[in-house]
Design a protein around this ligand. Sequence first.
Ligand code: G
Ligand code: G
Ligand code: MN
Ligand code: NA
Length: 254
Amino acid sequence: EKSLYQVIKEDNFKGFEIHYQPIIDINTGKITSAESLLRWYSDELGQIAPSEFIPLAESNGLIIPIDNWVLKNVCKRIKNWYDAGISGLTIAMNLSAVEFNQPDLISKILDLIETNQLDPSCIEIELTESKIMEDVQSAIHTMNELRLLGIKIAIDDFGTGQSSLNYLQNFPVNTIKIDRDFIHDVANNYAKSIITKSMIKMAQELNLRIIAEGVETEAELLFLKQNKCDAIQGYLFSPALPAVEFEKLLFTKK
Ligand code: G
Ligand code: G
Ligand code: MN
Ligand code: NA
């Protein structure tokens, strides 16, 4: 069977596809943005979850070509959407800390923006705090450079790491994404409801956009509406979809 290495280096990412999960404005019910999520379908092994191959790729360095491939293809897709009259959407990408720390990250992104003539504010980079925290000074530096270009930064899985609050104090972020563990059953769980409310309040006072991840039920949605969360993402609305399916949803729900 083909290794991940062969698929990337020899087969030009055969079986890799980028899906898009809509993010919905809680007040208007409309799609305002989407998160790109990588999918890999191997001929021999079938569907392989990113949670299986991303950690492996992070430890053997293959994450760099993978994240570069995602960056390139998402930017191309945004350009195609512009050409089709779809604009004003922000597309979020997950970048591994390994990729985030590459010295040529900024020049690569700048190049993609220029090649595809993109509005940089359409791009959001999602980072999880754990690995970024290993070199705080350099992370802040890179974030500032991205912000200067107009690119947005989101903290993913917020609340699960060891230094979430520290992040907010020191890092120039635009968005925080409440981890789905807090959202699951939030309306019925006292501790989760208090913590989630506090995160929303904090985001509001710091002028940050706050997104709830993993929204699966109407009760969760209602709770988030009542507590003035900005946006939601989750199976209640839609899973991540192939680009063509995502476009169809845009035309019905935008
Ligand atoms: O969609 P799913 O739940 O299977 O994604 C699992 C995890 O894989 C996500 O939380 C995300 O952190 C990671 N992931 C998905 N797509 C990408 C990607 O393009 N690059 C990186 N580095 N991680 C990704
Ligand atoms: O990047 P991050 O770690 O936040 O990845 C988001 C992951 O959550 C993706 O793998 C996506 O498929 C998954 N996901 C998205 N919506 C839901 C949901 O409503 N419930 C659950 N359990 N997972 C979700
Ligand atoms: Mn994410
Ligand atoms: Na998350």
